[in-house]
Design a protein around this ligand. Structure first.
Ligand code: ADP
Length: 383
């Protein structure tokens, strides 16, 4: 009989041990005095102590000091009053790794009355992976909120452009009417002031420019299918520059345009190429305005195969580490950045058979972004 009992005990123990070792959670058994009797495999990884090191030691070993005093008080109180605060309830507590790292744990405790006295069984789950997922989810939510705001701004932009178009057209008509009247008065014998005519002429030009910008803005924010055409790259870049000029002026950044008089023909979707240039200008202006010299240089050039637009700024450039993730989606070093501009811009460039590259002249040397597009086929053939 004794032998059978012995065998049963051994079998039960083996089962118990294998259960402890295969459990996905940390399991600790503690006696009435708070000493650990069992410390399973997961606990070893979780806390950095081997089972040999932990068994026999007080459970305070794996708790941050401020918790361990509370814990001792709590156990004493429970023994005296029987008031349960955790047993059968479970809650979040802090654990401490051997290296001193404190981390959140979910702890549930059961109680067993054994011939050797009361024992407590604690089941522990490391909450850090769950926390990491929660942080990621909240970051993604913030990005979605930001994107929604951006698309709302797109709509606002479209609405504003629509609203501005009417007064601008009216302004143009009024200016033209005044110019006509002044010229007519000349016919009636009065000498029109050249100065006034000059000013009116300038006013008409500015109003036309504003109206053109509004039109481009409307095209930019309209959702539409891409349209390829043979376009002069200088014109596209100029339009993007006109749109950015307001920002540059308010940031007192000088934009230098370095390009020749001849058209540079490419087969591309003008709005998409403008989007790339606008993204590059936005980034460049942002860093240039914080720099001492405050300039952005835009150059355009071509050879018989490729057309190249470079945007260089007087900003601080970027580090080797940043350069590795510049074009990855959602990679940003800005507080409210989306990290989408460059990723989208490169995708557009590559869709056009070109590419977008970045170069930093080293610390404090500014950044250069280079957009390369294949030149129009006929231009190649003619050349
Ligand atoms: P976002 O502007 O939302 O951050 P981008 O994709 O446009 O997204 O840019 C990604 C990152 O590339 C920026 O956060 C910044 O770190 C870096 N970057 C872009 N342009 C420049 C520049 N001209 N100078 C230095 N760093 C830049």
């Amino acid at each position: 009989m004794v032998k059978v009992d012995d065998r049963n005990t051994t079998v039960n123990e083996a089962r118990f041990e294998s259960l402890l070792d295969t459990a996905a959670d940390g399991i600790i058994v503690m006696d009435e005095r708070g000493r650990m009797l069992v410390f399973n495999k997961i606990c070893e990884t979780m806390f950095g102590y081997s089972s040999e090191e932990a068994v026999g030691k007080p459970v305070n070993l794996i708790m941050p000091p401020e918790f361990s005093t509370d814990h001792d008080r709590y156990v004493r109180n429970y023994h005296r009053t029987g008031e349960k605060r955790i047993i059968g309830i479970g809650r979040e507590v802090s654990g401490m790794h051997k290296d001193g790292t404190v981390f959140p744990l979910e702890l549930s405790v059961g109680e067993a009355v054994t011939p050797e006295g009361r024992q407590y069984i604690g089941v522990l789950r490391d909450l850090r992976p769950r926390r990491a997922v929660e942080v990621r989810v909240s970051q993604l939510q913030a990005q979605v909120v930001h994107m929604t705001r951006l698309s709302a701004m797109d709509e606002m932009g479209a609405a504003m452009a629509h609203e501005l178009n009417q007064p601008l057209t009216a302004l143009l008509l009024y200016l033209q009417a005044v110019t006509r009247q002044i010229k007519n008065s000349h016919a009636e014998g009065q000498v029109p002031s050249e100065k006034v005519l000059g000013v009116l002429d300038k006013a008409v030009t500015e109003a036309e420019r504003a109206s053109h910008i509004v039109q481009r803005m409307r095209q930019m924010v309209e959702k539409r299918d891409p349209e390829r055409a043979t376009i002069d790259l200088r014109e596209v870049v100029n339009e993007a520059l006109d749109l950015s000029e307001f920002v540059a002026q308010s940031a007192t950044v000088t934009i230098r345009r370095v390009y020749g008089p001849n058209p540079i023909w490419v087969d591309a979707d003008a709005t998409q190429i403008q989007q790339i240039v606008l993204n590059l200008l936005r980034n460049a202006l942002e860093v240039a305005k914080e720099s001492e010299e405050r300039w952005v240089k835009v150059s355009i050039g071509s050879d018989d195969r490729s057309a190249v637009v470079s945007v260089t700024d007087s900003g601080p450039g970027f580090s080797e580490e940043v350069s590795r993730s510049l074009f990855k989606t959602f990679s940003t070093t800005k507080k409210s950045g989306m990290g989408l501009g460059l990723a989208i811009s490169r995708a557009i460039a590559q869709n056009h058979g070109g590419d977008l590259m970045a170069d930093s002249g080293g610390s404090g040397q500014g950044a250069t972004f280079t957009l390369v597009l294949p030149v129009h086929r006929a231009a190649v053939d003619e050349g």
